[in-house]
Design a protein around this ligand. Sequence first.
Ligand SMILES: C[S@@+](CC[C@H](N)C(=O)[O-])C[C@H]1O[C@@H](n2cnc3c(N)ncnc32)[C@H](O)[C@@H]1O
Length: 497
Amino acid sequence: MGSPLCEFKSPSEAKHTRAATADAPFPRSQRLYWTAGLNGMEALLRAVLALLFPIVTLSCLIRAQAPEFMSLASARPVLQAMRGSLPPELKTAGAVDAAAWDAWVRAKDRAIRSRVAKGEELTLANLLRLGITYTGERRITFDLLSRYGGDPVVNSAVERRTGDLIRALAAPRAPEGMLQMRAFLKENGYSLNTPEAQKRTRAYLLGVLVRQRDGVAREREKAKSSTSQLFKDRGLSTDSDLYTGYALDLHLTNLARSGVLRPGSVHRVAIIGPGLDFVNKKSGYDFYPPQTIQPYAVIDSLARLGLADAASIEVCTYDISPRVNQHIERARESAARGDPYTIQVLWNRSAGGSARYLSDFMEYWRRFGEQIGKPADAIAVPEAARIDLMTRAVRIRPAVAARISAVDMNVIFQAQSRPPEKRFDLVIGTNIFLYYDDLQQALARVNLAAMIKPGGLLVSNTILSVAGPSKLEDSVRTDIPLQPGLTDYVYSYLRRP
Ligand SMILES: C[S@@+](CC[C@H](N)C(=O)[O-])C[C@H]1O[C@@H](n2cnc3c(N)ncnc32)[C@H](O)[C@@H]1O
């Protein structure tokens, strides 16, 4: 994570992106899981949940304020500490005034939010390179992608994939992930309605692929010196996978063993950038609908370690991707009606890594969700992926799923004011800070410090190298040896009083 792996999240690589749009219904398979097996007890449970629902909503969204842009007063210590490296707009002869600061923050917030669409574009590129549901063509790994343009074999595989994808995108009955990509194309002025429109869409898709090829090449060069801001010029992807859950599980175990987190001490958790799991950039798949893993993985680990009670924990997610936020809110609303949330749990047997790492990861995969749900039927793995992938599925109890709610907040420039007793014991932000530069990371630290209670922790797999004057200080680090010469890290930052 803080290692060269952060580009790819994990050696195993299973992935995805994209949240639900309002007009994209859950696919048939997921609807089936959600409605199966109602009986008297479940009906009673639904009624109880329906009563609890407004209470849960209150705890995340109403008792706390809506996020606000950070004030000049809270940013000033960072601006002073970093005055030598501030952007020109903030490097004035005199002090920056509140109006100029406010205008700057709002403009930069818009700029960051515009990177979400660029991230969606990357998911489209991943679907084109790696999707297996719509084509029998070979998958275009990053290594093959680097040869695109100069290698006729790769070029024709890409050509055929593009034709197959366009046909699948245009099909009247498409699965959820495909519908979301279609919606994204439409939002950006690309249509599939006529041969002429398809030709234009095809050129766009190939252009997206070229941009991804060039971006990956640049990042590989950059990764030779540092990975802590590796993606600062890239679109904001919503990629997520099980590996991050595994890494956090090890870190939380470390925090529990070392006494930094005490039994039963975690009541409120924030997940910054929970992401969506769908056709990830390195070797993701598109045969299951977009899903969010991290909030559930964290509750599961905390409950297993005795650090939190899954029945009463409060989890707030903060994201700027409308698709991520909509997806989580829809899951919460469904849970409030008594519907469980089903997660496909993937393990890639061909993943690299030491024998120890692989057996530990497999054990995590096997027990994932046992504290918060029960086994369900997994979506069948298509033939093309059957050699590499093992899947299981977990149906998360509605009472747990209803405890997670989503808030739109740009963690770089916004914070949510919370009364002291409602501040977080634990804030988790993985695979997010590496999209930002020093100043942005330092401002995020200030925003998050204000939301964490004294003695609480910020946990990340990105080392926040510029301390800046925030109330967060370095704490426990967990080393995750993946294979000889390759170690991943998770870091904690402790909120001082
Ligand atoms: C690469 S995904 C990581 C998902 C998950 N944390 C994981 O590690 O698997 C990054 C997530 O952070 C969100 N994000 C990026 N920048 C953000 C910001 N400034 N504020 C809030 N969320 C942000 C993205 O929309 C996305 O959901």
